[in-house]
Design a protein around this ligand. Structure first.
Ligand SMILES: CC(C)(COP(=O)(O)OP(=O)(O)OC[C@H]1O[C@@H](n2cnc3c(N)ncnc32)[C@H](O)[C@@H]1OP(=O)(O)O)[C@@H](O)C(=O)NCCC(=O)NCCS
Length: 192
């Protein structure tokens, strides 16, 4: 039996929602970014351990309402389990050879609580994000996400959500190595 207040991943289809990230969530974000499976794809600073000072400096400004990068917390059954960040491609160019349109909206994401991965939450998270993005960015011509070619779970959730695989491209990493990413594009849902 769970302890009072504890929420465990014990039902078949967890309720998944996205809510704006708040300053009090940054400690969760630090824990998620330190999780080895997240850190594998989101490498932190080189030569120093990732700490709260770095997270506050990098992500704190993204919580301001005027920030071009928007941060959300993924909740599953009321428990904060991960993050999504989104931005117009023109504000944070990337995508290498894929070159998504500047007005497209790009997203990055991670389920940072290991017990909640591999339970369908990532797939649901992308669906929920698409529905929100359709209302928030009515003029966006496309959504874009790039996943490391070895990250099969990430590539799978994108395909399940209607993204199409695009070009593969190399991206330098902070430690001097190169990651080969796969661009994924999706047309927005039409909303009334
Ligand atoms: C990638 C991530 C968001 C996927 O979310 P998830 O909740 O774990 O995935 P789901 O349970 O929704 O599974 C989606 C699909 O991926 C498959 N999958 C899950 N984990 C997998 C793995 N390790 N290897 C291969 N396939 C995997 C599932 O079988 C499922 O496929 P199906 O639709 O054919 O059944 C999550 O695992 C995660 O955050 N990982 C660490 C951070 C990360 O990779 N971020 C993305 C960087 S681009």
């Amino acid at each position: 039996m769970p302890q009072t207040g504890e929420v465990t991943p014990d039902n078949e289809e967890p309720d998944v929602l996205l809510r704006p990230m708040e300053p009090g969530d940054l400690a969760h974000l630090l824990r998620w970014l330190l999780d080895p499976e997240v850190a594998r794809w989101f490498p932190g600073p080189v030569g120093v351990p990732l700490g709260m000072d770095h997270v506050e400096a990098e992500f704190g400004p993204r919580l301001d309402p005027g920030s071009p990068i928007r941060m959300s917390v993924v909740e599953a059954n009321g428990r904060s389990v991960g993050f999504v960040q989104e931005y117009r491609v023109r504000d944070h160019p990337g995508g290498g050879a894929q070159q998504p349109p500047p007005d497209a909206v790009a997203l990055d994401y991670g389920i940072g609580e290991p017990a909640w991965r591999g339970r369908g939450i990532g797939s649901r998270m992308i669906e929920v994000w698409i529905a929100q993005a359709a209302r928030r960015y009515r003029d966006a011509p496309a959504y874009f996400a790039a996943a490391d070619h070895r990250n099969l779970a990430s590539r799978r959730v994108l395909l399940r959500a209607g993204f199409a695989e695009g070009l593969w491209f190399d991206q330098p990493r902070p430690d001097g190595t190169t990651a080969t990413l796969v661009g994924h594009l999706r047309r927005p849902e039409m909303v009334g």
